[in-house]
Design a protein around this ligand. Structure first.
Ligand SMILES: [Zn+2]
Length: 410
């Protein structure tokens, strides 16, 4: 594999809050080989003069659904699996072209898609998956309308985000099946949701016993549970029961945020999901029931960022967009910028999200031994997060595992 020597640019280390000049980076065999403030000599490497542009780690989105090609998640679940998989490939490619070299899929993607990326069949980000999200009957994984009493919700199809399980025995089996099938962590629906028809936002998903059982299964497998959560009560319960990754958290209050921080949990706000749904959701088939639920969580979103920051609860970058709204992925940067400092937003989409993917040191930073997942951007993200928006227009080069997927540097 070609080795590359990047020189003459500015270097972004997410653990600092400003760019550094005079840093050379050598990439070899798909990995970062050397990072040095003194010039690196590597005669065999292809030298790339950055001309003052910024070299930074590839971005990590910790909350996506790559198989969601439709906003209407029930219709999505009913898609033929071949079609859902091919559409997922296109969605994943678009994510990579926005600069996301790693994504964590929290409901839907399977081991087949992970393999397809690894084998080079899909030009997409590396995938960290939960498999199907576990949900109770009538909860956020249950997309049947009230009068639909068929037992199946196409949970075996590629296009299904989740599966139903009820009772301690069933949730244990479901967690074990997902892990056996290649899930890196387990996702549960522990609160009502917007896109599902029958569960109000305040509904608690699963009993304490069921959640404890899933947490135990995940720990037995050396991993953790991520939970879909909005209300303060649901978040507090999840933290008490050992859930590590707290998705959304729009309605969190200070005491619970402090409790979560002490427990070592990580929050994954996904504010752009509600912006996207509010902007265009109904045009793409979002039901009236769902439309009515958006405002409850949308208005509290920005305040939740401030609450979590003050409590010292780490936040990872998440987008959670469905179907035709996936194009808004990078807008999450602009939304967070209204409340959070830029360096913290950059950390959320690099080091913090990498840790949540259990890939700390491997992605989200350019240090020796890490995957050569990197971006060259035209500008300073610490001064202007706009460089990461507009579908990667100002991202001149995108490299994953030492291979260019975009290169306009020449
Ligand atoms: Zn989601």
């Amino acid at each position: 594999m070609t080795s590359y020597l990047f020189t003459g640019g500015r270097f972004l280390d997410p653990r600092h809050d400003r760019l550094r000049g005079g840093v050379d980076v050598l990439v070899e065999d798909g990995r970062v080989k050397e990072v040095s403030e003194t010039p690196i000599r590597a005669s065999a490497a292809q030298t790339i003069d950055l001309g003052g542009r910024t070299l930074m780690p590839g971005l990590v989105d910790a909350h996506v659904h790559v198989i969601a090609s439709l906003v209407d998640v029930a219709a999505n679940a009913a898609l033929p699996s071949s079609l859902a998989a091919l559409r997922a490939a296109r969605i994943m490619n678009a994510m990579l072209m926005r600069g996301f070299t790693t994504v964590r899929d929290v409901g839907g993607a399977d081991y087949g898609l992970v393999r397809a990326v690894d084998e080079g069949l899909i030009d997409g980000p590396r995938l960290v998956i939960s498999g199907k999200a576990l949900g109770q009957t009538g909860g956020h994984s249950d997309f049947r309308i009230r009068s639909d009493d068929r037992p199946s919700v196409f949970a075996d199809r590629v296009g299904a985000l989740g599966r139903l399980c009820d009772g301690v025995t069933e949730v244990r089996r479901a967690a074990r099946e997902e892990i056996k099938a290649g899930a890196h962590f387990i996702k549960i629906m522990a609160n009502g949701g917007v896109a599902s028809p029958n569960d109000p936002i305040h509904a608690l998903g699963f009993s304490r016993e069921e959640i404890s059982a899933v947490v135990e299964e995940a720990r037995n497998a050396g991993t953790y549970v991520a939970a879909h959560l909005y209300t303060d009560e649901a978040i507090r319960r999840a933290v008490e029961l050992g859930v590590h990754s707290l998705e959304h958290c729009n309605l969190i209050q200070t005491e619970t945020a402090e409790l979560a921080a002490r427990a070592g949990a990580v929050a994954v706000p996904t504010l752009v999901a509600y912006e996207g749904l509010a902007l265009e959701g109904s045009a793409f088939g979002l039901s009236a029931e769902s439309q009515a639920k958006i405002d409850t969580v949308r208005r509290a979103g920005l305040e939740s960022l401030d609450i979590m920051r003050r409590a010292g609860l780490p936040m990872a970058f998440g987008s959670d967009l469905l179907g035709q709204l996936q194009k808004y992925q990078s807008m999450e940067f602009a939304i967070r910028e209204r409340v959070l400092p830029r360096n913290e937003i950059i950390a959320s989409a690099t080091t913090v999200a990498a840790d949540l993917c259990m890939l700390g040191g491997q992605v989200g930073e350019l240090s020796p031994g890490a995957h050569a997942d990197l971006l060259v951007v035209d500008g300073d993200p610490y001064a202007d997060l706009g460089v990461l928006q507009n579908d990667g227009a100002r991202i001149l080069a995108i490299m994953k595992d030492g291979r260019f997927h975009k290169n306009q540097l020449a």
